[in-house]
Design a binder for this molecule. Sequence first.
Ligand code: AMP
Length: 409
Amino acid sequence: MRILIINSGSSSIKFQLLDMADESVLASGLVERIGEIEGLLQCTTRPGTAQEHKEKFQRRIADHQDGMRLAVSLLTDTEKGVIKDLADIDAIGHRVVHGGEDVRRPTLITDELVAIIERNSPLAPLHNPANLDGIKVARELFPGIPQVAVFDTAFHQSIPARAFLYALPYEMYEQHRIRKYGFHGTSHKFVAGECARLLGKPLEQCNLITIHLGNGCSMTAIEKGLSIDTTLGMTPLEGLVMGTRSGDVDPAIHSFLARNLGMDIEAIDRMLNKDSGLKGLCGMNDMRDIHAAIAQGNEHARLALEVQTYRNRKYIGAYLAVLGRVDALVFTAGIGENDAIVREKSLTGLEQFGIVLDSQANTRRQKGPVKISSADSTVQIWIIPTNEELAIGRESLEVLNNRRLAPGA
Ligand code: AMP
């Protein structure tokens, strides 16, 4: 079964064609700067094999439909393509950011589901409309091919009310659905499943803390395989210190900025989302640049690293308290998978809680999952690369298989 994975943004479409028989990547690409004077398309077919071929070209890409058509023309190219025609694609899996409280699992796309995604757009105004663009175009281009939506928020729907409610007047939740939803769910669920396999235990018996540190960062407390708390909130701003996002701040900072600096709500929103986090603290949001600057004696860069890793440690402590028994901590995403210093600093002083890092294993980079806890650590520590496209592929396949098994569905 060949599944095309689509992650549609406001001006970009990331796509990957997977052969689910062996979970290999047939093609992977990115259409960028949709709607701008000059767009960019990059696509690699059969990556990592002797027939690997890279294609890159620039031209105006008018809209999402134009972008998708271009991507499909590369996939079906008679010389360098990987499929003969569109009929070779068996299903499409879409990443959708916000399913609100309406969607608890990956779901087959119908008109009704499209309406639900639209209804939840106010909760993710930057993401859901862009995801919907991808869905609409794909439904036009691939009529009759089953399409599945995989939601970032779905895995966190098991979080209990005591953890998802903010202590605001209750009608804010009842009438306006203001609550914690959590994000990066596909990534947390994927690495949790991989971790259970590596621990040799059913996921339903595993208590884990999964730590996704990329440009966006989040941590999830997983009890018996289910998310019971997570750091991102109603929007992807709460919690850990991220590349450009602040994470936790005193909510009264908003009114202080408005009253004393005359900032309006748009400016405050922009500052917290785009100019804060590591970038706000030291002017850089890529951890590699931050380490290079620290080596040059840059004090702000050193502080940014301190603030981020202190916040990580604080939340690990909180989730240890929430879970009681923890089988493993899992680091994933760009920083989590690659940055030994961030991992070490985030775990400093946690030895008394049974979390003991093997510093050699931590710094010895290998591809694939690697255990980095020492033999006397009661909590195992793992680096597990995330793979959101494969996760969406697997989830889509499960939806399609269940549909086949359900008579009359
Ligand atoms: P992601 O959002 O998962 O793609 O992660 C992107 C972030 O990972 C970048 O902004 C960097 O801060 C970080 N990153 C990627 N590679 C490395 C590396 N080798 N060492 C440290 N940080 C890295």
